[in-house]
Design a binder for this molecule. Sequence first.
Ligand code: ZN
Length: 106
Amino acid sequence: MLTFHPIPTFRMETKRATSSAEKICPRCQQEKSLGGKRLKPGECNVCVVVQGAMEAYGEVLVKHFPEAKYGDQSPLTTFALLNALENAAAEWISNNFPKKKHGKAA
Ligand SMILES: [Zn+2]
């Protein structure tokens, strides 16, 4: 028998959603205060690193396959790659930079 499964949400609700709009990354909806200096205003460092890695990935593909006419890649593969990069970047940053205390801007 088939059952209906609603589409799962990818991000859990934050525990401190109230009065923390500036602490939450608008792109990934996670806390920005992972550690290290703030790389770009408005976004968390994980998103900045993931975007840079994705741009580098695209540049390498274009460099090695200049004759390609399209840059097709399935959304599922792209999502898996983004998810893996996000997890790797978050782990790397949290392993290498201590988390900031409250009220201290990076
Ligand atoms: Zn983010």
